[in-house]
Design a binder for this molecule. Structure first.
Ligand SMILES: [Zn+2]
Length: 299
């Protein structure tokens, strides 16, 4: 059996662990299950990357650099923020100290360059085989209905309009009929929604993420690197803008985060609980026989 081992050396703001300890754990793991590919990241401070590369490459295996794309970015890169449908700045989420689950705008060309810039600045002299890109999505239901529907900055709004989405209609539906944003059917790995405007809107925001992922992947491939993606569990991925089927075509592999026990962002118990709560806080005034009911203004 082949595995890919994932080693978190710390975020951009955390202190990395002792290199000797990391190498010892890796050697012990190799003894037990045989040499395996490694995903490692994403602190810029660690001295241990070169030694990990030597150990893993010496065993004929690959090393993937783990990098975040639209969240947990260093503040000095000045990412373009994301705005919610009311025009307010998206709020972050701190579950553990120093975590910041604030997501930035996915359609901003500046933001799309940030993971590439981080690579060029800190990691390009190291012989990584590929990059493993994380946070290729917008915020999840953990931030409530206010912040889960992607970005509404002028650039993202332009993409919605080009995809045939009527922004005012979506804003009206979000304010008056939030249950319309709860899926009514599943089509392969994509959810479908009763209201055609909502269906188009989910499609459009997933396309924004996929188009950005394609561009970023091309940037890394041009640097001679393979590309892999971290994605949400299929049960929730499409709700956060991840069209797993399309994304998987851009990647050497994807890792769906099927975390059954983790009660933190990306863990299924956490995300599903927040998904339920987000809709439960809106009483089913716009529901009839389990389906949303629309008014004359909904079109
Ligand atoms: Zn935007």
């Amino acid at each position: 059996m082949d595995y890919i081992l994932q080693i978190m050396l710390g975020t951009f703001t955390q202190k990395p662990p002792d290199t000797k300890k990391v190498l010892r754990t890796l050697q012990q793991t190799y003894k037990r299950i045989g040499p395996q590919d490694i995903i490692v990241g994403w602190t810029t401070e660690s001295e241990s990357y070169q030694q990990i590369l030597d150990l893993v490459h010496g065993n004929g295996k690959k090393v993937w650099l783990w990098l975040p794309v639209f969240s947990e970015l260093p503040g000095d890169l000045n990412p373009d923020p994301a705005y919610n449908y009311s025009g307010e700045l998206q709020e972050g989420l701190e579950i553990l100290p120093n975590e910041d689950f604030r997501f930035v705008c996915p359609s901003s060309p500046h933001n799309q360059m940030l993971s590439l810039r981080l690579f060029d600045q800190y990691f390009s002299s190291l012989s990584f085989d590929g990059v493993f890109l994380d946070k290729i999505r917008h915020a999840s239901f953990a931030g409530g209905l206010k912040h889960v529907f992607g970005c509404f900055c002028p650039s993202c709004q332009k993409s919605y309009v080009e995809a045939g989405v009527d922004i005012e209609q979506i804003q009206h539906l979000l304010k008056e009929h939030p249950n319309a944003f709860c899926p009514s059917a599943l089509d392969r790995l994509r959810y479908r929604f009763d209201h055609p405007a909502v269906d188009r809107f989910y499609r459009a925001k997933a396309d924004i993420i996929t188009d950005a992922a394609e561009k970023i992947a091309t940037g890394f491939q041009d640097r001679g690197l393979m590309v892999a993606f971290d994605v949400f569990a299929p049960a929730v991925a499409y709700l956060m803008g991840q069209d797993i089927e399309r994304l998987s075509k851009e990647a050497s592999f994807i890792k769906p985060m099927m975390y059954r026990i983790t009660h933190a962002p990306a863990g299924l118990p956490f995300e599903l609980e927040n998904f339920g709560q987000a809709f439960a806080s809106h009483p089913a005034a716009d529901m009839e026989a389990g389906r949303p009911v629309f008014c004359g203004r909904c079109g």
